[in-house]
Write a protein that binds this ligand. Sequence first.
Ligand SMILES: [Zn+2]
Length: 322
Amino acid sequence: MLYSLAFITGRRRGSAAQLTQPRDATALPCWAARATLAGPPAAGPVAAHGPAILTWLAAATLSAMATDVIPPFADDAFRRVLCVVAHPDDVEYGVSSAVAAWTARGVEVAYLLLTRGEAGMDSSPPERTAPLRTEEQIAGSQAVGVAEVEFLDHPDGVLEYSLGLRRDIARVIRRRKPDAVVAGSWDVEVVIGLNQADHRVAGLAAVDALRDAANRWVFPELLDEGLEPHSVRWLLVGGDPRPTHGVDVTGEPVERGIASLEAHAQYLAGIPGHPPPRPMITGITRLQGRAMGVPNAVLFRAWDFHAPPPIAAEALAAAQDG
Ligand SMILES: [Zn+2]
């Protein structure tokens, strides 16, 4: 990719409308698409391509006021991607359209579901819901060219952040050897409101497992299983209010993304007032497209784990200033 990614070296600030993908809740739906206002870019470690922060959200009106355009990933950015999410359908609110774009050009994408979403349908007991949502997730994955879907069978609704969960994710990372992991936000507050408990756990556990997978001395039992350390270069977070990169999903990818959400038909039918997938995904990707200057897009914040943080270069430069 990674290597040809055009890094942005200067601090850029602008404002742009962005809408991120909503995620399902288990007992209560949290699908509603909504934008929010975000403050100035936060300090801290950022992707190597820039002091991260390219965007403030002027999303109250969702009008495009971009003074900076979110750049695309390089065409050869990823060869193998692993998406780690808590529930069936978490990938399908936008991210799956990006997945469709990736798989169309030969990128290998696999999904890792930490649960089967068995607590997600009020009118259906978990033992009936689990196989239904499993089947719908597999159909939704196939719609965007993903054939590899794994379920860890951790409990839905009460997913716990634990060393065991980190180890289970790290195991899959070592086995699949992705060069990019896609995860959701672990923040308490996200653009659609307050983040669901399982989503927070899944995001944080994925980040930590990404590092665990690269450390020989963490979870040595994985070595006993024949799984050598693997260092993932990129973490891509969907729904982050400070996107650094986007994927143009105009045309076929967004069509396939719509189909992937439509695959969750029985689940969605149980959520009163859920909009039809077509206008929902069209709208979500159209709003994000404004930040890229294309009709439809999906935005990510990208973190490069193989590069020093930009602050390191700034510190060295400051030291040379005398
Ligand atoms: Zn969910």
